[in-house]
Design a binder for this molecule. Structure first.
Ligand code: MN
Ligand code: MN
Length: 473
């Protein structure tokens, strides 16, 4: 009897897939390493709440690690470290490998834009004795999550003379913050009857920016102007801008809160913009920390515009990545098509993890779990895999072997049950170049909310997985 039982156990071990938590195999050192790794990750999130802020921060870090701005006419050799800044909103890092480019390059592509609330071109208005900004939200956010939380304002304003003003208010503890107002529950009967998608409507995402009128007070007489004028005067005094300059501005409201540890055990990171800055950070760190010269040229793509479909010249729907790789190939006299067909890409984006409070949208055999490692997803997409890259079995197998060889804990995942919804990543824009591409990223809870959650063990596992990809592929 005992013998038969052992036989079954052995057969199970040999034949069945045993889903395992990162903690099952992690040593105390590895757990501690994940925790300390996430200290800098939280700082990266705090200093990178927009694609512009991430780009600036990545370039500073890359230059500190010996990277220099790419010069198209320069000939680069093995070990050279370069970066390309695409209009301050997307950045690509590369370390030239020892093998020629027609052996292919190793690309990890993530995105550094996140859902947020953008100001309209003519945002400032006054009503009820208060001044507000009109907004148009960016990306797929649940609008009801954004009122009644402190918001910071980030971006640039291009003035009539062409000069550019940088704006960042609400991040420093001494700064004021901004907020979208919501209705009190006492008077919400009608609001509660709205379809939940319209609990807060797009045109109700108005940001409160002030309530004090402009006043001229000399000894005999007090003359009062509008609150709107007072706000514009403050902005003019500080930034030299006038109302018309909003038309040539990019200003975004994002949660003002800093990234924090979550849980008694501090095992999770809570913070805004982890989709997809968690993959941006981990792939960047993998490249910056790399010792020695990789065999294949290693490329870290940090793209903008993914949350709105990758359109625009800073998104991967643009040819900017192709142009960079083609220029590198031309400098080595390499046929670019040979380079592309041998290249490999991890499309590094987050995946929804099982939320036990909402299990119905997930299929339990195929969902990703928190603290179960990096998610290798053959496909995303929606309604019959529409819009998916659908990686080949061969390439998924190749990446799985790499992870297994390097002790990387990985799991599979999908974006919810069949026909429950779905979504895409940048994978299709890279695979379009005839590059083998598969999605690999970090599981996330409360995706696209002001407080997204990741598990520290998964964040660190992604870093280790990306490191293995750059160093061993
Ligand atoms: Mn994403
Ligand atoms: Mn997203």
């Amino acid at each position: 009897m005992a013998n038969k039982n052992t036989q079954i156990k052995e057969l199970e071990k040999a034949l069945l897939y045993d889903k395992k938590s990162t903690f099952k195999t992690a040593t105390a050192d590895e757990i501690a390493a994940a925790e300390s790794f996430c200290e800098d990750y939280k700082a990266f999130l705090d200093g990178g709440k927009t694609e512009r802020a991430v780009t600036a921060q990545v370039i500073t870090r890359a230059e500190g690690a010996g990277f220099t701005a790419y010069a198209p006419d320069k000939k680069y050799t093995a070990g050279d470290k370069i970066y390309v800044n695409n209009r301050g909103k997307a950045v690509t890092l590369a370390v030239i490998g020892s093998e020629p480019l027609d052996n292919g390059v190793s690309i990890i592509a993530s995105h550094i834009d996140s859902p947020r609330i953008d100001l309209k071109a003519n945002p400032l208005f006054e009503d009820g004795g208060m001044a507000f900004f009109k907004t148009h939200y960016y990306g797929g956010l649940k609008k009801y999550q954004w009122p009644a939380v402190p918001l910071a304002l980030h971006g640039v304003v291009v003035k009539a003379d062409g000069s550019v003003v940088q704006v960042c208010i609400g991040e420093d503890d001494s700064d004021p913050v901004f907020t979208v107002t919501d209705l009190l529950p006492h008077l919400s009967d009608a609001q509660y009857k709205r379809p939940s998608k319209e609990l807060i409507k797009g045109e109700e995402l108005n940001i409160l920016v002030g309530s004090k009128p402009y006043v001229i007070d000399d000894s005999n007489e007090k003359e009062q102007g509008s609150v709107k004028l007072a706000i514009m005067k403050l902005l003019h005094d500080k930034y030299g801008i006038v109302e018309r300059d909003f038309a040539s501005a990019e200003l975004s409201a994002v949660p003002a809160a800093k990234a924090r540890d979550v849980g008694f055990d501090r095992s999770l990171v809570g913070g805004y913009g982890q989709d997809d800055r968690v993959c941006a950070y981990t792939s960047m760190a993998a490249l910056l920390d790399m010792q020695g010269i990789p065999n294949k040229t290693a490329v870290c793509v940090l793209a903008d515009k993914e949350e709105v479909g990758s359109y625009g010249n800073t998104g991967l729907g643009s040819d900017y990545l192709a142009h960079f790789l083609e220029d590198l190939a031309a400098a080595q006299g390499v046929n670019v098509r040979r380079m592309y067909e041998k290249s490999k890409c991890l499309s590094a984006d987050v995946c929804a993890a099982l939320d036990p409070t909402f299990p119905d949208v997930m299929e339990k055999n195929n969902t990703a779990f928190m603290n179960h490692g990096i998610v290798l997803a053959k496909y995303f997409g929606s309604r019959g895999k529409s819009g998916t890259n659908d990686a080949s079995a061969e390439f998924v197998g190749e990446v799985a072997r790499l992870f297994n060889d390097c002790g990387i804990v990985w799991q599979t995942g999908e974006l919810g049950k069949v026909d429950a919804g779905g979504g895409g990543t940048v994978a299709m824009f890279v695979s379009r170049m005839n590059i083998d591409t598969v999605d690999a990223g970090v599981p996330v809870l409360s995706m696209h909310s002001p407080l997204e959650l990741t598990a520290k063990s998964d964040v660190h596992m992604a870093y280790r997985g990306f490191t293995a990809f750059y160093e061993r592929f």
